[in-house]
Design a binder for this molecule. Sequence first.
Ligand code: IMP
Ligand code: MG
Length: 192
Amino acid sequence: MRLNQSLKQVLIQEEQLRRKIEELGAEISEDYREMLGEAPWERPPLAVGVLRGGVIFLADLVRAIDIPVGYDFITVSSYGNATSPGELRLLKDLVDPVEGRDVLIVEDIVDTGRTLQFIQKTLHARRARSLKTCALIDKRARREVEVELDYVGFRLEEDEFLVGYGLDYAGLYRNLPYVASLKPGCSTGIDA
Ligand code: IMP
Ligand code: MG
């Protein structure tokens, strides 16, 4: 069996991801250089990756940034289930305080916006010096709360469920090197 046997269509190819991340990295570097001057050597901006989906994107993005930058991870989880989303809570916190830091949240995909809103509020309350957000994919069809996105890789208008490049379905497909949609009814690859 192969991991790609349950896929409907590849929507973002590896090469498109690579080029887009290079662009985002250059733009972020430029903006922070302008905003912070030499400060990053003393107090580097902190990229906050959202586990688990944001890991692969964060790993590539920080290597496209050419100013000093640190990174850390946060895990947010919903109390509810797929049909009743419920309250969000912090399942794994950052290692270091963010007070006075220039924080860049790095998210894989923004869907309803609730997860990102929760993270933005949490880090804002901790008095980050500045707070920006970079999302690889902005999926607008199911947006419930407006969230500010400073950097966006790709905009998706359709309500399509995506996997790959960190994005999962039931914990699978994160290791695909591209972003794809799933065949209807195909989920685990076993029933494909
Ligand atoms: P939101 O709180 O509805 O914006 O959803 C945020 C989280 O749901 C993302 O960080 C993903 O982990 C997950 N998610 C939303 N859409 C997709 C998708 O199409 N594929 C995989 N995960 C998704
Ligand atoms: Mg996520």
